[in-house]
Design a protein around this ligand. Sequence first.
Ligand code: BG6
Ligand code: MG
Length: 218
Amino acid sequence: MKVEGLIFDLDGVIVDTAKYHYLAWKELAKELGFDFSEKDNERLKGVSRMQSLDILLEVGKIELPDEKKQELAEKKNRQYVAMIKKMTPDELLPGALNFLKSAKAKGYKTALGSASKNAMIILNRLEIAGLFDVIIDGTKVSKAKPDPEVFLAGAKALNIKAENCVVFEDAAAGVEAAHNGNMFCIGIGTPENLPDADFLISGFGKFTINDFEELIKQ
Ligand code: BG6
Ligand code: MG
């Protein structure tokens, strides 16, 4: 496989922001009068903010007009942003920084491909914005994963063909998005949650750029 570009999802791949999303959604559910479990939260991974709210309301069996939903999504986001604004570089997932730096040193082009509209805040807090040649986040795309828009936009901005890009994803919708864009996808997770990934790793703690190069040699 000829690989020139690496495209990274953010939440769950480079940083564990799921815990902050969860706290903010759980608080909202509490205000609405129901409990939102960690298991329910799994369904929100990789899913856009408004779709996440729809899932949450489905769990609580609540129907609301669009205007009210907009208001609640904004409320949740204010809480979430207050938390991520306090993040520090030590919240990078194990091995992620080293993998990104060594990928750049080896000459790969790197892109961020995230559904989050808050990606820039996180990248700046973690001090890693400069490690990406291209940043495509939720403010730049209109179609949510599993639509491949975010990854195709990344490949295009890198000026690399989709088939020469590899995507790193922790969400099933993201693996599907990569495949819909004709890209090889390395899943960060387990065979249970990511059965369709082309290769699975538990994270970058035990997967170095050398392991990556061995893999794509095959
Ligand atoms: C994804 C997360 O990266 O971003 C989802 O996995 C989240 O859980 C989505 O809903 C949108 O994030 P934000 O920051 O725009 O609300
Ligand atoms: Mg993710």
